[in-house]
Design a protein around this ligand. Structure first.
Ligand code: ZN
Length: 350
């Protein structure tokens, strides 16, 4: 499927400032009049005046190593190491700008606009100062209706040999299958990213896990992209659906618990990405289990998990057979189960 993206519209809708805010970079820039200056986030320079942004022209310039500049698209493309088109699609996703499935204009207008190669000086962004529609995207509602759009780009150059992955005991096979790795570019820099797919196998988001204990309270352990609605997805459902319906479906809370079970031979496993079951997740799970099928609910043995358990069982058991797995100790979660224990559990139910 190809999405049509209007470069001009994206450039007009997203200001350099919003884009820097998206990356959490705005604070490192100093504003004077209509321009910002700060260290270059692209080549990672320290010189605090090397990177300049013209808010009026909605463009940037690096007078250091990069020795060049461009518009928002070019910035994102450089930062993410992707094409201009992928950058435009990423911006549409981050700021919830509309894209279309089919070109609204002749195909030759679809890719790069005629002025894409021009230098920032020659570019005009008459709309740069208008209040961007994207402003509202800052506080997306988690339960907002509607599916997540496929991402349209994939992160490149993830480090799958990062020590954190080995620390969690993940196998090379699991790391490769789930496509996880340490990200060194873009908004997920410094995090282990986990690709999230929808039931149609399309990549819809990356979750970023801080590798270890976050350095301060402002750094969340998990980061999801703005606008992503996790209530709409069940993690790993697209893989779990490939497995035989005669196997029970294991439902856990987190990404790593899910990967842990998968790695130990329990391939029909999904994660709710939290301890609550949204109506859409309920629908997706029930659709993946036939009426004679079984669900093993394996929530974390903590307050949230215990509180959610009964309600989820009550909802799912109207539609199929649900068994709750209770850990023998408070605080335990799926990853605390050894290979032997998992074999016993799985052997006992299938
Ligand atoms: Zn630079």
């Amino acid at each position: 499927m190809s999405r049509f993206v209007d470069f001009k519209a994206v450039k007009a809708a997203v200001s350099m400032l919003q884009m820097l805010e998206h990356y959490g970079l705005a604070a490192s820039f100093k504003r004077s009049g209509n321009s910002l200056s700060g260290p270059c986030p692209l080549h990672g320079g320290e010189n605090r005046t090397q990177f300049r942004v013209s808010l009026e022209k909605n463009c940037w310039n690096c007078f250091g190593t990069c020795n060049g500049g461009g518009n928002v698209l070019e910035f994102v493309a450089r930062k993410e190491g992707c094409s201009l088109r992928e950058a435009a699609l990423a911006l549409c996703d981050w700021f919830q700008l509309p894209t279309q499935e089919k070109p609204a204009r002749p195909a030759k207008d679809a890719g790069e606009p005629p002025n894409a190669e021009r230098s920032p000086k020659e570019q005009r962004s008459p709309d740069a100062e208008r209040p961007p529609k994207a402003a509202k995207a800052k506080a997306p509602k988690a339960d907002e209706d509607g599916p997540n759009k496929p991402l349209g780009f994939a992160l490149q150059q993830l480090d799958s040999a990062h020590p954190y992955l080995a620390e969690r005991g993940l196998s090379a096979e699991a790391i490769a299958e789930f496509g996880i790795g340490y990200c060194q570019k873009g908004s997920m820099t410094g995090r282990i990213v986990v690709p999230i797919h929808n039931a149609e196998r399309q990549l819809v988001a990356y979750a970023g896990r801080w590798p270890g204990t976050p350095p301060d309270e402002d750094t969340p352990k998990y980061k999801l992209p703005p606008g992503f609605r996790k209530a709409q997805e069940v993690f790993n459902l697209h893989r779990a659906m490939r497995e035989s319906q005669s196997e029970p479906l294991y439902v856990v809370e987190g990404f790593f618990g899910c990967i842990w079970l998968w790695q130990h031979g329990i391939r029909r496993v999904v994660a709710l990405m939290g301890s609550s079951l949204s109506p859409q997740q309920e629908k997706l799970i029930v659709a993946a289990v036939n009426p004679q099928g079984r669900i093993i609910l394996m929530l974390d043995e903590d307050d949230a998990g215990k509180a959610a358990r009964d309600e989820i069982v009550a909802r799912l058991s109207k539609l199929c057979f649900v068994k709750t797995f209770v850990f023998h100790e408070t605080g335990m979660q799926p990853e605390d189960l050894s290979a032997d224990e998992l074999e016993q559990i799985h052997g006992g139910v299938s």
